[in-house]
Write a protein of this length. Structure first.
Length: 100
């Protein structure tokens, strides 16, 4: 377990996160989080000065098609097929509150 982590600190974070942990769960969480912190410290100790940073391990290629202008649906036909329109737009009922 990490020397930097106490059960009281884990209890405080659990309380802030509104987690109810039993005494056994608190001890387990403290041990597990401490082990994680210890592992992170091992990673921090690595000499990575010769390693070039990268954001993607595999080469990326754009797989999208070219943006080509093509004929579209007739606006008046689409609006005529809608159950309800208002001011040239689709009318959608409100999700929260209101009576539409």
């Amino acid at each position: 377990m990490s020397d930097r982590l106490t059960t009281d600190a884990v209890a405080k974070v659990a309380r802030l996160a509104r987690l109810e942990l039993s005494a056994d769960e608190l001890v387990t969480a403290t041990d597990q989080l401490g082990a994680m912190l210890d592992y992170f410290a091992e990673i921090d100790a690595l000499d990575l000065s010769g390693v070039e940073p990268m954001n993607q391990p595999y080469p990326h290629a754009n797989v999208l098609r070219d943006d080509v202008v093509q004929p579209t649906l007739d606006r008046d036909e689409v609006m005529a097929a809608a159950p309800r329109t208002e001011d040239g737009r689709f009318w959608v009922p409100p999700i929260l509150g209101g009576d539409g």
